[in-house]
Design a protein around this ligand. Structure first.
Ligand SMILES: Cc1cc2nc3c(=O)[nH]c(=O)nc-3n(C[C@H](O)[C@H](O)[C@H](O)COP(=O)(O)OP(=O)(O)OC[C@H]3O[C@@H](n4cnc5c(N)ncnc54)[C@H](O)[C@@H]3O)c2cc1C
Length: 461
């Protein structure tokens, strides 16, 4: 029977980053991924010669080469990946669009400060105080306990409309909680979106995944695709081995799981308390046009749209909530590697409702979501006239099928384990349910959990 120092479950961003750290220090490590394609929530596929990214709208946490103290700089250093290899291209600008007001922001935080001063002049000083509190908060401290971000932010921001607008991008890009989030998570997201900003690697998410895999394999790590784990075998509270879907057994001293906390506990052989899965899932429409948005005067990179003064971030009662959306224009970064126009539209969705549809109703509903996406683009940009060449819609059901996340919950459970420990000795959690989300967050999670639990203290420099 093969024996490994560490087995990692899942070849998403966190699993791959953890694997690199362990292989770098000569551990015998194996990453096991159920699907044939790596990447997890952030994967890719090809249809009719077109390359589609599943997750990536934009990478958060932009930093320039060598900028000290930034999460992206730290993670590239830990993974020994040169900055240039990402070939990052910065966003133009993004917008939060509510019925009465709009706020633009870019990778220069001054733009958001100026916008708040101009749209909410009476909140200018309050916003500065919030900024100060964000900068002084130790957001990555693994001991931080849940604290309602809305309650905390109301200590500074006294205009509910501004508060709702600020929360809109932060919630939809990273909250497992409905209508609120943990204050630590708020600070992480605030910095990563409003202070550091968005960029896109050349050729999208596959470039990052390929870079990570190349590095991992060069260091001697083993990667097995199409190799799901059906059981984590535990004896007297200690991990002993894992059993693959095909019945193969692999021995290991430690197991690091990136598949989510409830999903992990569901496959542990000795019964464990299992937290509930999260509720937040989404549909995503990817549309290819014969014209690029910029040719018709559209220069936004991402729009966070909401047609109400309050932002309803929660699982809708219906299949989809069309009253708010994220609209991403992947052509609108400083360099554009697409030869067609691309627009992506995300709506909040209800997993249970999607799951009870039969095949015919499911296909019909996908048509409705496509139509709602096109209508929203037309509503925001009446001047946009282009022929639709190709489109695809994925739903909460697709997310569950391809990533294993229960109920297609993109941001996982509301129960995060910030130190990565579980009730089982030598079984650790990294990624979504450790609590660092998004592409950069997931990689940082993999690195920090590998450093903390699987490397000797002398190894980590
Ligand atoms: C529509 C959408 C848009 C997004 N947009 C962005 C964005 O613009 N920017 C951004 O930063 N982030 C974005 N994200 C979020 C980001 O993709 C995730 O936070 C991040 O990729 C999570 O990585 P992870 O490693 O924690 O988990 P995952 O990606 O979920 O990786 C877990 C892996 O484990 C595998 N697996 C599951 N069960 C088993 C098993 N039993 N055995 C073996 N393998 C198993 C899964 O197949 C998967 O590959 C988006 C996500 C979605 C869905």
């Amino acid at each position: 029977m093969a024996h490994y120092d560490t087995i990692i479950i899942g070849a998403g961003m966190s699993g791959l980053a953890a694997g690199i750290r362990l292989a770098m220090f000569d551990q015998k490590v194996c990453i096991l991924e159920r699907h044939k394609v790596p990447g997890g929530l952030n994967s890719y596929y090809e249809r009719l010669g077109r390359k589609l990214d599943v997750g990536l709208h934009a990478m958060t946490n932009f930093s320039r080469k060598g900028e000290r103290g930034r999460p992206l700089t730290k993670l590239l250093k830990q993974l020994r990946i040169p900055y240039e290899k990402l070939e990052l291209s910065q966003q133009h600008f993004s917008r939060i669009v509510f019925p009465e007001r709009q706020l633009s922001f870019s990778n220069n935080p001054q733009l958001l400060m100026d916008e708040v001063a101009s749209v909410f002049p009476h909140q200018q000083e309050n916003f500065s105080h919030l900024l100060e509190a964000v900068l002084n908060f130790d957001d990555v401290n693994l001991q931080n306990q849940y604290q309602s971000a809305k309650e905390k932010v109301r200590e500074f921001i006294t205009d509910e409309n501004l508060l709702e607008m600020l929360f809109c991008p932060l919630l939809i890009y990273g909250s497992a909680w409905e209508n609120d989030m943990d204050f630590s998570q708020f600070v992480i997201m605030f910095k990563s979106i409003f202070l550091e900003g968005f960029s896109r690697p050349k050729n999208g998410v596959r470039s990052i995944i390929n870079l990570l895999i190349e590095k991992y394999l060069q260091l001697g790590g083993e990667l097995r695709l199409g190799a799901g784990i059906q059981k984590i075998d535990v004896e007297n509270g200690v991990v002993r081995r894992v059993v693959l879907d095909n019945g193969e057994v692999l021995d290991s001293n430690k197991v690091m799981s990136s598949i989510g906390l409830p999903e992990t506990m569901n496959i542990v052989s000795e019964k464990q308390e299992c937290p509930a899965a999260g509720a937040m899932s989404f549909t995503e429409t990817i549309l290819f046009f014969d014209k690029k948005p910029a040719d018709q005067g559209i220069h936004d990179t991402i729009i966070f749209f909401n047609d109400n003064d309050k932002y309803p971030y929660r699982k809708p009662d219906t299949l989809c909530d069309y009253s708010s959306a994220v609209i991403c224009f992947p052509n609108n970064f400083n360099s554009d590697d697409y030869n067609e126009g691309v627009i992506r539209v995300t709506f909040m969705a209800n997993f249970e409702k999607w799951n009870e549809l039969d095949k015919a109703a499911y296909l019909l509903m996908k048509q409705e979501v496509r139509q709602a996406s096109l209508s929203l683009i037309k509503k925001l940009f009446p001047q946009f006239e282009a022929e639709l060449l190709y489109s695809d819609v994925f739903t909460p059901r697709t997310i569950m099928r391809y990533t294993g996340h229960i109920k297609g919950a993109v941001y996982g459970s509301t129960q995060k384990v910030r130190d990565g420990r579980t009730a089982v000795k030598n079984l650790f959690i990294c990624g979504t349910d450790q609590g660092f989300l998004g592409i950069v967050g997931a990689m940082l999670s993999g690195i920090s959990m590998a450093n903390l639990h699987c490397l000797m203290s002398g190894d980590k420099a």
